[in-house]
Design a protein around this ligand. Structure first.
Ligand code: ASP
Length: 347
């Protein structure tokens, strides 16, 4: 080849690589990751969930409910609905099921009442709302959303939160709505049992676990949101409030980074500011969502003695479920609508 031809080819090569014209490959990637991507992750609590303690029927029940909730969320997102709507509606399904420790299936506090906590956050605006210790609201996640959208506040508690939600037109139920025999028996066992473990006995698994529900979602506009709802811990006293209604601990969402919903021993999640910490690692250390979640759950939280896990999504549609317990009820839905359900660690 002549020298001049070589020079020409080199210039052509450089020109091609320096122009702004996007290459097909790049465009496809950009579209897929930041424009058309939708996704959703849900959890139904983490803890000592072992296959040997589970009946096939019980397992099927949990999986069916997780699938129902995941499908609902995906349908909303796929029809162009907002991540906030997807989070709220998906959590309604879990709150209305007696299987999970939220809404209908909430655990009993030491005083024989069901005291519910919930929170929601929008990644686009960093707006957030939460309620704590409510006893008569059918769907606390909706009360949290009303606090976010229709009040000047972030967190309302107990009677005041109930009054606010009722005035907003949310469904108020008799406190007996939250009675389930299994949870009630669980409280009796907890009262009789080992004081240290009393808060965690689960009636279905007959072991120690948690059962909060949560959802994170990414919508077609590229906005993410997170929500969490719980009955807290069995046998809790003194109007104890866990991490679930605490923004930055149990729930966090920021369009710059990720949306997170947590479940586990709330006191540790509050002290480790788990949900915000994952976001901060992405923002300030440029870590990926997966690496940030792993660092916080498997190292930081575990070293403090805290057990539990999180689900998370980032604005590119990466889906994560990270937990340091033997199991976590969870489901992921990717942009094509493929649902992946898991309960135990190795699946
Ligand atoms: N984190 C919740 C709490 O401490 C409990 C749970 O996740 O099951 O109230």
């Amino acid at each position: 080849m002549k020298k001049t031809t070589l020079v020409f080819l080199a210039i052509a090569f450089l020109f091609y690589n320096c122009t702004d014209t996007p290459k097909t490959e790049k465009t496809t990637t950009t579209d897929k990751t930041s424009k058309n991507s939708i996704g959703l992750v849900i959890h139904g609590g983490a803890g000592t969930i072992l296959k040997k303690n589970m009946t096939p029927e019980r397992e099927a029940e949990y999986k069916a409910m997780l699938e129902k909730a995941a499908k609902k969320g995906y349908e909303i997102l796929n029809n162009g609905g907002s991540s906030l709507d997807a989070v709220e509606q998906t959590i309604h399904i879990l709150e209305n099921s007696p299987l999970f420790n939220a809404g209908k299936g909430a655990v009993f506090a030491n005083n024989g009442k069901n005291e519910l906590d919930a929170s929601i956050m929008e990644g686009k605006t960093l707006n957030a709302g939460a309620v704590a210790g409510v006893t008569n609201l059918k769907n606390p996640i909706s009360a949290a959303r009303k606090v976010m959208e229709n009040s000047d506040h972030v967190l309302l508690a107990r009677k005041g939160a109930e009054e606010f939600a009722a005035a907003q037109g949310l469904e108020v139920v008799d406190t007996s709505y939250f009675y389930t025999e299994a949870r009630y028996n669980s409280l009796q066992r907890a009262k009789e049992g080992d004081k240290d473990k009393a808060a965690y006995i689960d009636p279905y698994i007959k072991d120690y676990k948690y059962g909060t529900v949560g959802c994170v979602a990414l919508d077609k506009d590229g906005n993410i949101a997170a929500g969490t709802s719980t009955g807290g811990m069995t046998n809790k006293k003194w109007n104890r409030v866990g991490d679930s209604p605490i923004i930055g601990a149990g729930t966090y969402a920021n369009n710059k980074t990720c949306a997170v919903s947590a479940t586990g021993h709330g006191e540790y999640f509050i002290r480790a500011a788990v949900a915000h910490d994952i976001s901060a690692m992405m923002e300030y250390k440029n870590m990926s969502l997966q690496d940030a979640a792993k660092e916080v759950i498997q190292n930081k939280l575990k070293n403090m003695g805290g057990d539990g896990g999180i689900i998370a999504i980032d604005v590119k549609g990466n889906l994560v479920a990270e937990f340091n317990t033997p199991g976590m009820y969870r489901a992921m839905v990717d942009e094509k609508g493929t649902i992946t359900i898991g309960i135990y660690k190795d699946e």
